[in-house]
Write a protein that binds this ligand. Structure first.
Ligand SMILES: *[C@@H]1O[C@H](CO)[C@@H](O)[C@H](O)[C@H]1NC(C)=O
Ligand SMILES: *[C@@H]1O[C@H](CO)[C@@H](O)[C@H](O)[C@H]1NC(C)=O
Ligand SMILES: *[C@@H]1O[C@H](CO)[C@@H](O)[C@H](O)[C@H]1NC(C)=O
Ligand SMILES: *[C@@H]1O[C@H](CO)[C@@H](O)[C@H](O)[C@H]1NC(C)=O
Ligand SMILES: *[C@@H]1O[C@H](CO)[C@@H](O)[C@H](O)[C@H]1NC(C)=O
Ligand SMILES: *[C@@H]1O[C@H](CO)[C@@H](O)[C@H](O)[C@H]1NC(C)=O
Ligand SMILES: *[C@@H]1O[C@H](CO)[C@@H](O)[C@H](O)[C@H]1NC(C)=O
Ligand SMILES: *[C@@H]1O[C@H](CO)[C@@H](O)[C@H](O)[C@H]1NC(C)=O
Ligand SMILES: *[C@@H]1O[C@H](CO)[C@@H](O)[C@H](O)[C@H]1NC(C)=O
Ligand SMILES: *[C@@H]1O[C@H](CO)[C@@H](O)[C@H](O)[C@H]1NC(C)=O
Ligand SMILES: *[C@@H]1O[C@H](CO)[C@@H](O)[C@H](O)[C@H]1NC(C)=O
Ligand SMILES: *[C@@H]1O[C@H](CO)[C@@H](O)[C@H](O)[C@H]1NC(C)=O
Length: 318
């Protein structure tokens, strides 16, 4: 039925050509041209020509189109029939503003795998095609994608990059600009006791920091060094010599060249040459006793000690 008008027009054209062919140079006037329903005639002076009549459009509704009825010569207005949609879409009718048929794609059924997404539809079968979700990179390059996790309902999971170093004395940190690990040596904290000096981190004992007490040994063996645990600096004090077990041995201090305490026996020499001093090893004090003169030889008598010498005089009796 649709091509009915066209068919009539073609038949008319053939007829017209035949008349021209037969009639040759017959002149025409606008009124002499035969009228045909749904065609408007014009005469160019020698020939009639026909134009099919285009029914005027309805404003605001380009979806109702007029078609000239060749029987009545009137326009019959009929709604535009939209061709059926493919299996991937559904027709939502003609758009009155444009006169075009509109279609909406049918939603694909969700995949049983939450990590798969519909990416297309086969128009002849209506079957949807699915593809595994590719996880986008995290905004922080230190977060590594673990891919889409079906058990999490198809969420993309991210894990921070593990920058743990195999060297326990090295600390790794992910650079959030580059996403690569950067390592720096372990910085040992100060010991609570300032007399403990850090020896640094030791990887063979699990990356622990090692400390050693500050060595306050003096170069002078008669000086004793000691670390002040408030200041962390060495303080030196002279060796204090112990008292000798023999109180007659007096300390004369520490001798730096041998690093030993030196003792000297108490000098009990008397100023009185006729007195003999001796140190008492119980008390440590000098005890004096007069010089004992030898018995005088025969015919002599002892005069006693004078200026440290024993004097004898002849008695004259012999
Ligand atoms: C053209 O043809 C149509 C339909 O046959 C008719 O309604 C219309 O009046 C014609 N126009 C003129 C100018 O002849
Ligand atoms: C009229 O149209 C016919 C066919 O299109 C052409 O051959 C002829 O020369 C035209 N005559 C005039 C006067 O334009
Ligand atoms: C033309 O109009 C006549 C009379 O109204 C009707 O019977 C016929 O079906 C119409 N033809 C078309 C092609 O619409
Ligand atoms: C469309 O899907 C159905 C059911 O899954 C299947 O039987 C059919 O072969 C598929 N057709 C095409 C063209 O992929
Ligand atoms: C995502 O990151 C990887 C390496 O982490 C890189 O090779 C890839 O180019 C990145 N992709 C985009 C889209 O940035
Ligand atoms: C990082 O890696 C180390 C060894 O390779 C491992 O012992 C540690 O548990 C990891 N840390 C995390 C958070 O995965
Ligand atoms: C990136 O790293 C710097 C230095 O470690 C830190 O200060 C900053 O907060 C980080 N930015 C983000 C977005 O993680
Ligand atoms: C690290 O500790 C081990 C075990 O105590 C020791 O043998 C080694 O000498 C230490 N290394 C350093 C550099 O102190
Ligand atoms: C600091 O030194 C003082 C005196 O030498 C001592 O009594 C004290 O126990 C020390 N304290 C610590 C924390 O070593
Ligand atoms: C210290 O001892 C050395 C070696 O025995 C000796 O030569 C020196 O005189 C001593 N110095 C003092 C001050 O006693
Ligand atoms: C003891 O003192 C006297 C005088 O003060 C001195 O002459 C003498 O040499 C001293 N003896 C010793 C062993 O030092
Ligand atoms: C103490 O003095 C007495 C008498 O002079 C002497 O016999 C003794 O050996 C002395 N003891 C020591 C430890 O010098």
């Amino acid at each position: 039925m649709k091509y009915y008008n066209l068919l009539l027009f073609l038949l008319f054209l053939i007829f017209n050509l035949v008349t021209i062919g037969l009639g040759g140079t017959n002149a025409c006037t606008p009124s002499s041209c035969p009228e045909y329903k749904c065609f408007n005639s014009t005469c160019n002076g020698s020939q009639c020509s026909y134009k099919s009549y285009q029914c005027p459009a309805i404003s605001n509704d380009l979806c109702t189109r007029g078609l000239c009825n060749t029987t009545t010569g009137l326009c019959n207005y009929l709604p535009v029939e939209c061709p059926p949609a493919n299996k991937c879409s559904t027709s939502i009718g003609c758009n009155k503003a444009t006169g075009f048929c509109q279609y909406r794609s049918l939603p694909c059924p969700p995949s049983s795998d939450p990590c798969s997404q519909a990416v297309g539809c086969d128009e002849t079968s209506g079957n949807c095609t699915y593809q595994k979700i590719t996880c986008p990179n995290h905004s922080n390059p230190c977060m590594k994608s673990m891919g889409c996790i079906a058990s999490l309902g198809g969420r993309c999971q991210y894990q921070s990059i593990n920058c743990t170093s195999s060297d326990l004395c090295s600390v790794g940190k992910c650079n959030n600009q580059t996403g690569s690990c950067e390592f720096s040596p372990v910085v040992c904290p100060k010991h609570s006791n300032p007399c403990m000096k850090s020896l640094g981190c030791n990887s063979t004992i699990g990356g622990k920091c090692q400390y050693q007490s500050i060595d306050c040994t003096s170069t002078d063996p008669c000086s004793i060094g000691k670390c002040n645990n408030q200041t962390g600096s060495c303080e030196f004090s002279p060796v204090v010599c112990p008292t000798h077990s023999n109180p007659c041995m007096k300390s004369i201090g520490c001798n730096s060249s041998i690093g030993k305490c030196q003792y000297q026996s108490t000098n009990c020499t008397s100023t009185d040459l006729c007195s003999v001093g001796k140190c008492n090893n119980q008390t440590g004090s000098c005890e004096f006793s007069p010089v004992v003169c030898q018995d005088p030889p025969p015919c002599y008598k002892s005069m006693g000690c004078v200026n440290g010498r024993c004097g004898y005089v002849n008695t004259g009796d012999c």
